[in-house]
Design a protein around this ligand. Structure first.
Ligand code: URA
Length: 234
């Protein structure tokens, strides 16, 4: 990894601060002063010192966020606030990104991580990771439409994989998907002439949304929650 990226992910210096320190000879790799911070190092093997202090490779971070409405699940969007803006200062600089997307008006459980490999595995269609959403429909769901949705419907050139639905009232229920196509649940509802009024993700890979987290709040995953992710971790 590049030295400047290592320093920024370790929370020690922004790129410009690191460049300034390097010009003064304050960055060394295996005892040698390094001024070109685009140089690559292996943080597990190379001894990188910043102002005399050893730089540790940051451990991978996994957060649970209760995404509020109106935020986009991306790292950069000129037209809307991103979920990263809800994080506190230092965590904005450690390479976190949302693991999968929730639409701007979908709320609930979002995992944020800086472990690209783990995210890739969790999002791989081959892994069939379960995602559970609570939904509210504009019209009662007919039992024949529920059966159609469970079997798979055409959402515009793509037939959805089988899923399961548990209705709690005629318009409200839980749906469990093992895939994640763009606007999938909204498009599934439309495929049977209905409409989603509210959508909240309540579970991802067996991890349940913490009811103690208000919308917009986040916390690190607990050890038990990380165990649920262990099949995907590096
Ligand atoms: N399906 C949707 O329509 N939107 C989401 O955010 C997630 C699943």
């Amino acid at each position: 990894m590049r030295i400047d990226r290592l320093l920024s992910e370790a929370g020690l210096a922004s790129r410009s601060e690191a460049a300034r320190a390097a010009r003064k000879g304050n960055v060394t790799v295996n005892g040698e002063v390094v001024r070109d911070l685009s140089r690559h190092v292996d943080p597990e093997r190379d001894a990188v010192l910043f102002c005399g202090e050893p730089v540790e490779r940051p451990r991978n971070i996994f957060l649970m966020m209760n995404k509020p409405e109106g935020y986009v699940s991306s790292t950069d969007d000129p037209s809307a606030p991103t979920v990263l803006e809800l994080l506190s200062g230092r965590l904005k600089n450690v390479g976190l990104f949302p693991c999968g997307r929730l639409d701007k008006y979908t709320v609930g459980l979002l995992i944020l991580t800086n472990d690209g490999m783990a995210a890739h595995r969790m999002l791989s269609p081959k892994r069939h990771v379960e995602k559970v959403y609570r939904f509210l429909l504009a019209h009662p769901l007919l039992s024949e439409d529920e059966a159609l949705l469970e079997a798979g419907v055409d959402i515009g050139g793509y037939v959805t994989a089988p899923c399961s639905i548990e209705m709690e009232t005629p318009c409200e229920g839980l749906i469990t998907l093992t895939e994640g196509k763009y606007h999938q649940i909204k498009r599934m509802a439309e495929a049977v002439g209905n409409r989603i009024l509210f959508l909240e993700r309540v579970m991802f890979a067996g991890i349940a949304l913490d009811p103690a987290l208000a919308r917009g709040e986040w916390r690190p995953l607990s050890a038990e929650e990380l165990t649920l992710l262990s099949p995907y971790l590096s």
